[in-house]
Design a protein around this ligand. Structure first.
Ligand code: V47
Ligand code: SF4
Length: 382
């Protein structure tokens, strides 16, 4: 372990984190720009173990990207398609029901639904995606539509965000995923996704969801044109909203995959960047319970090491992922529960299956049947 000089600025920030105090924006920028990886990792691990002990969580989930047709052209996206491109696809109800049947067979507790903004589909079509899933299997938690999609629905219908969310909840929506946040600062956002919901819109949508009692996640897309201070700015905006609502469950740093995108001249973020962003996120987001190492983007090896650099969650079995695989991800399209367990145990952690709302999942002997146990928080000593 590296010893930090207590009289240095890094020493003072380390002492603050060890005492459980919040790190300011300025100190966050200092850490992001100057701290060495092992110091960041040691501090992040301290915060991680305070909040989650030795546990590492995962869930059994399946993805559905109902359409790749999208009105927007985010420069970092390899997934989107024009309507008339041979690559374009759109799911109909039968395909959705088939995906739910697959989820049931594998014992999934969650379906993760995000996609493109199809300009020929009315809001009712998106509501029906949720309703079709819910009718086919009411016990499956539906985590669907990012803040960007919710913003599009409000624009299409000319109705308030609250109304849009209420229609979706009525149809069976359980929570919102964290996508669409990208990088909030306009200096970057206007260059990578100028048309979609801006930072204020994205944050207001999550605020409204929290007010309605929905839990949501948050993400940050890093490793493209942003500078370290843009990342700290992003984390501080999330931390401010979380102070006000407490509705975020987990934060997921998303590593940029350049292949087949408008930024394919850029290199993929290195393992060192992945781990330092993970650690910085854990340190800055002192009011988030969980930080997710999304193995599908990080790769299994970096995700495993990330469990000692601030992360306490690996996401899930993730069957049928397209967004990162279209952008060149070389990870498998899914992992079995046994593989996830082995990854977690090898990292010296204790695997715990959770549902979307971070409650323990208790499996029957055959694995496919489950019931919901206590909240994950109850596993930690008071
Ligand atoms: O907003 C798109 C990102 C996000 C690329 O809430 C890319 O549990 C890297 O919402 N390289 C959507 N990233 C994914 C999402 C998500 C993912 C995992 C967990 C959760 C959760 C939510 O995917 C988009 C964008 O930031 N993305 N293209 C790319 N080439
Ligand atoms: Fe469309 Fe989402 Fe891709 Fe942007 S990231 S182009 S909103 S599918």
């Amino acid at each position: 372990m590296r010893i930090t000089n207590p009289d240095s600025r890094l020493g003072a920030i380390s002492a603050q984190i060890e005492a459980g105090e919040r790190v300011s924006y300025d100190d966050g920028v200092y850490l992001a720009e100057t701290a060495d990886l092992l110091t960041l990792g040691r501090l992040a691990n301290l915060v991680r173990e305070r909040k989650n002990g030795n546990y590492a969580y995962y869930n059994t989930n399946i993805h559905l990207n109902p359409t790749n047709v999208c009105v927007y052209r985010c420069v970092f996206c390899a997934f989107r398609s024009d309507l008339k491109s041979p690559k374009a696809y759109t799911f109909e109800a039968d395909g959705i029901r088939q995906r739910v049947a697959e989820a049931r067979e594998m014992g999934a507790t969650e379906i993760h639904v995000v996609g493109g903004l199809h300009h020929q589909k009315p809001f009712e079509w998106y509501v029906d995606v949720v309703r079709t899933i819910h009718d086919a299997w009411p016990d499956l938690h539906i985590k669907a539509w990012t803040g960007v999609e919710i913003n599009w629905f409000s624009y299409m219908t000319k109705k308030p965000i609250r109304w849009v969310l209420e229609q979706l909840v009525d149809a069976g929506l359980g929570s919102l995923p964290g996508g669409g946040a990208e990088i909030f600062h306009p200096e970057v956002r206007d260059r990578i996704c100028e048309h979609k919901a801006d930072a204020q819109n994205w944050l207001d949508i999550h605020r409204t969801a929290h007010e309605l009692g929905l839990r949501t996640n948050a993400t940050m897309l890093y490793g493209h044109i942003e500078k370290p201070w843009h990342r700290v700015d992003h984390l501080c905006r999330l931390r401010d909203l979380q102070d006000q609502t407490g509705g975020f469950q987990t934060f997921i740093p998303l590593a940029f995959h350049p292949e087949n995108t408008g930024l394919d001249h850029l290199p993929k973020p290195s393992g060192l960047t992945d781990l330092s962003v993970m650690a910085l996120s854990r340190i800055m987001l002192d009011n988030f319970d969980h930080i997710k190492a999304y193995w599908i983007m990080l790769g299994e090896k970096v995700a495993q090491v990330a469990l000692s650099f601030g992360a306490d969650d690996l996401d899930g079995t993730v069957i049928h992922e397209l967004i990162y695989h279209d952008a060149g991800a070389k990870t498998p399209e899914g992992l079995t529960v046994d593989q996830l367990h082995r990854m977690i145990r090898e990292a010296g952690r204790v695997p715990v299956e959770r549902d979307t709302l971070y409650r323990r999942v208790i499996r029957e002997a055959n694995g496919a049947q489950w019931k919901i146990g206590e909240p994950i928080r109850a596993l930690m000593p008071a």
